[in-house]
Design a protein around this ligand. Structure first.
Ligand SMILES: [Zn+2]
Length: 229
């Protein structure tokens, strides 16, 4: 079932390791098939070394396992909240990449300080509030998803395709698994750049017209970056 999607999700998970944003089992990627409303996700705690498409787990939007010999990622409920809330999202990636974590642990958004950031994220990448004791002790992963939704409510979810969960780390998304991984890799890189920039000059900033220019030349109706068809 969903063999092609299992291949794509497996490859996306392996890409995280190759791009250096995940070590051990510290990350997970999923993707949704919108026709069947089934989600393919990495198994929980399985090593990346020998991971194959057959190891991927298929769950429905309520988290019931539909196919697979492993338990799904422990973060599955967080991924499902994103798919249920935003029909535009086709893939979700979670990592513990170091520079993104630095901002998450400090409880700070990643400010848009340069055009590298602006090419992919149309503004600061927000950080959620801290989860309450209740939210952590009961339905932790579901509440992690809920605090993400609470933080980005009303915003254009595809224009800033990632967020930091306070004290935890980044969740990114995209139209499919590969794009969510891409955004997770870019998020880590812009976090590193922002961290170093703020170390050199805590008052660094970028004007909105530069942000607008760089985002809009790559995205939206008047995009002109790359080869025109
Ligand atoms: Zn995590």
């Amino acid at each position: 079932m969903l063999e092609q999607l299992k291949e794509k999700v497996c490859k996306a998970n392996l890409d995280l390791v190759e791009k250096g944003v995940v070590i051990y089992t510290w990350g997970n990627v999923s993707a949704i098939d919108r026709e069947s409303n089934l989600v393919v996700i990495k198994p929980s705690g399985v090593n990346y070394d020998n991971m194959t498409p057959e190891d991927m787990v298929i769950v429905d939007l309520d988290g019931n396992v539909v196919e697979g010999r492993w338990s799904p990622s422990s973060d599955t409920a967080t991924h499902l909240v994103l798919y249920k809330t935003y029909p535009q999202i086709g893939g979700v990636t979670h990592t513990h990449s170091s520079n993104a974590i630095v901002f998450a642990q400090a409880g700070l958004s990643i400010p848009a300080l340069g055009t590298t950031h602006a090419d992919y994220f149309y503004g600061d990448i927000p950080c959620t509030r801290e989860l309450t004791r209740n939210e952590v002790e009961k339905d932790y992963e579901l509440n992690t998803g809920n605090v993400i939704i609470e933080t980005i409510a009303g915003s254009n979810v595809m224009a800033i395709p990632g967020i930091l969960v306070k004290n935890h780390g980044p969740f990114c998304w995209g139209k499919d698994a590969a794009q969510s991984v891409y955004n997770a890799v870019v998020l880590e890189k812009v976090a590193e750049m922002a961290y170093k920039t703020l170390t050199l000059n805590p008052n660094s900033s970028m004007s909105n017209y530069i942000l607008d220019k760089h985002y809009s030349r790559k995205h939206g109706p008047n995009a002109y970056y790359g080869q025109q068809k």
